[in-house]
Design a protein around this ligand. Sequence first.
Ligand SMILES: *[C@@H]1O[C@H](CO)[C@@H](O)[C@H](O)[C@H]1NC(C)=O
Ligand SMILES: *[C@@H]1O[C@H](CO)[C@@H](O)[C@H](O)[C@H]1NC(C)=O
Ligand SMILES: *[C@@H]1O[C@H](CO)[C@@H](O)[C@H](O)[C@H]1NC(C)=O
Ligand SMILES: *[C@@H]1O[C@H](CO)[C@@H](O)[C@H](O)[C@H]1NC(C)=O
Ligand SMILES: *[C@@H]1O[C@H](CO)[C@@H](O)[C@H](O)[C@H]1NC(C)=O
Ligand SMILES: *[C@@H]1O[C@H](CO)[C@@H](O)[C@H](O)[C@H]1NC(C)=O
Ligand SMILES: *[C@@H]1O[C@H](CO)[C@@H](O)[C@H](O)[C@H]1NC(C)=O
Length: 578
Amino acid sequence: MLAPTLTVLSLFSTVGLCKLYENVAELPTLQYDFVIVGGGTAGNVLASRLTENNKVSVLVLEAGPTWNYTTTPQVGANGVAFPFLRGYMLGGCSAHNGLAYTRGAASDFDRYANLTGDDGWSWNNMLPYFLKNEKWSAPADNHDTKGQFNPAFHGTQGPIDVSVRGYPWSEFEGHVLQTTKELSEEFPFQEDYNAGTPLGIGWMQFTIGGGQRSSSATGYLTSSVLSRPNLHVLLHAQVSKLVNPVQSRVAPSEPLTFQGVQFRFGNSLFVANATKEIILSAGPVGSPSILQHSGVGDATILKRLGIPTVLNLPSVGKNASEHAYSGLSWAVNSNQTVESLFQNPALYDQAFAQWNKTKTGPFVDTSPGTMVGWLRLAPDSPAFKVHADPSPGPDAPHFEVLFQPFGLDIFGPGPYSPTISLVLAMVSPVSRGSVLINSTDPFSAPLIDPGLLSNDFDALAMAEGLQLLLKFVGAPNWKENRYLGAPSVDIASMTPDEVVAYVRGASGPGYHLVGTLGMSPQGAPYGCVDPDLKVKGFAGLRVVDASVLPIVPAAHTQAATYVVAERAADLIKQQWGL
Ligand SMILES: *[C@@H]1O[C@H](CO)[C@@H](O)[C@H](O)[C@H]1NC(C)=O
Ligand SMILES: *[C@@H]1O[C@H](CO)[C@@H](O)[C@H](O)[C@H]1NC(C)=O
Ligand SMILES: *[C@@H]1O[C@H](CO)[C@@H](O)[C@H](O)[C@H]1NC(C)=O
Ligand SMILES: *[C@@H]1O[C@H](CO)[C@@H](O)[C@H](O)[C@H]1NC(C)=O
Ligand SMILES: *[C@@H]1O[C@H](CO)[C@@H](O)[C@H](O)[C@H]1NC(C)=O
Ligand SMILES: *[C@@H]1O[C@H](CO)[C@@H](O)[C@H](O)[C@H]1NC(C)=O
Ligand SMILES: *[C@@H]1O[C@H](CO)[C@@H](O)[C@H](O)[C@H]1NC(C)=O
């Protein structure tokens, strides 16, 4: 989720600007072993790992800067078309997301192994990649983190900083913790939700180190990586499509190849050739769009648009899954909420100056972070009459709850009064959507349909999730010192149908879209890429980003995207003997 973020983007703080090309004319060549489309969360991992071997030449094409998309009107959410931001900049979404570091359940990955027939995607086989990606870091306030995470499940040498919150909101956190004691049956304390069995409530982990954002740009494109002569990164280069398909195959089993990547720089089009592989890392919106503009997709759609079909691959852009987010706010009788900063411009400026100078204080966290919960529907939930349990296993959650010491409308115009909020996400959705092109112009936005709450199961489940939030703040400790005040919406006096209607009008996307180029077993008649991430029917063409996850994990997708890319780097090195 793109959480309201107080963490200032410090993209270039550790990125040497020296080896980033800002002009195509300065690139020494347009032929490389590997051309990576997109310098985002995944693309920079590949750029860094593949160029560890100095005989390998790599070009990264990055469109940058950030821009806006809008979804199609969401039928399941009262027809609203939501803004849909994607991180078109170095670091991609890892440079603008809410910094959540959540891996998902072991069963999410075991299900990927099952859906692909490749045990390499199982939790046990992916855990080493989580550790390789991660550098566990002290929080900005240096508080004692014993009992707040389990060191056995964390890396200490990787490129991406991970830490728990670095500024205390003790009164609010105290109530959350006390509830895990008072209602321990339903809301148990969880020491570390990133160890494979996430259920329970514990301290949230963030891709933050030293009070600053850690992104794939700062972590993987360090100045020493950027100074490698075999790595070129071109900015302001927006890819339109793949070109020069070699279609000479005589048998359908013989793979096709694209020789080049066409991109726009300024007002001109250029082509960069890949002698080994083209790697699409343009994200779940960009990658399927580029493939469709290249003539790879559902032939019916391509034909309707007049795009010559290179390969009919009907699953391209389909099977998108996304998380719906909603939540509730309560007034509180306390000054220890973020509103205290928003109410008082002098205090706000002081807090920002503190962060700017010492990387400490309330600006060190996103959201700002405190705690997170992972919960399941009751086993006898009426939602299960609508659809079988979509979660990957009994240890995986249906819900995420973000505990926030501020109201949901903190970025509204005010006035601000002390508020807390519990944000709810349905993290095992049944709904599916799509990303399909609607124009022959590769620079026009595709139709983005996350399918939000389009299946009734998801709306029913969300409604039950809101009841769980009420139960949570119903624990006795919230009444102490008249701490908890009135809720922003009186769910308690609504009928079940009214709560479902409320959910449909008060939910939005989590920006966790995946699945638009999903993996399936080798030879399967559906799916877009094989378990080694090669596009079906092609040689020398891979997709390495969140698009390949066949189902959204019960987690923010940043961590999963990093490990997909880390494993992909090994698969590619293996294939080419690098
Ligand atoms: C890229 O490949 C195309 C088609 O094979 C060729 O015409 C073009 O000269 C190549 N460009 C470079 C820079 O090698
Ligand atoms: C996205 O679009 C909205 C509405 O047009 C605008 O207010 C906002 O500034 C844009 N954000 C970015 C990052 O371009
Ligand atoms: C996936 O799980 C199903 C159901 O448990 C099982 O029948 C199937 O054989 C599994 N497939 C693979 C490739 O492991
Ligand atoms: C979507 O994925 C499922 C497996 O999760 C598969 O059975 C189905 O065929 C896919 N649909 C499309 C349109 O690719
Ligand atoms: C909040 O701060 C104001 C002004 O400092 C003070 O008058 C008020 O008593 C405080 N409220 C609480 C609940 O601490
Ligand atoms: C942040 O710090 C820089 C110097 O490190 C200074 O130039 C800038 O004015 C500071 N900004 C604020 C808002 O304090
Ligand atoms: C899709 O394209 C058609 C034909 O250009 C156009 O009429 C329609 O408005 C487009 N749909 C959207 C949602 O942009």
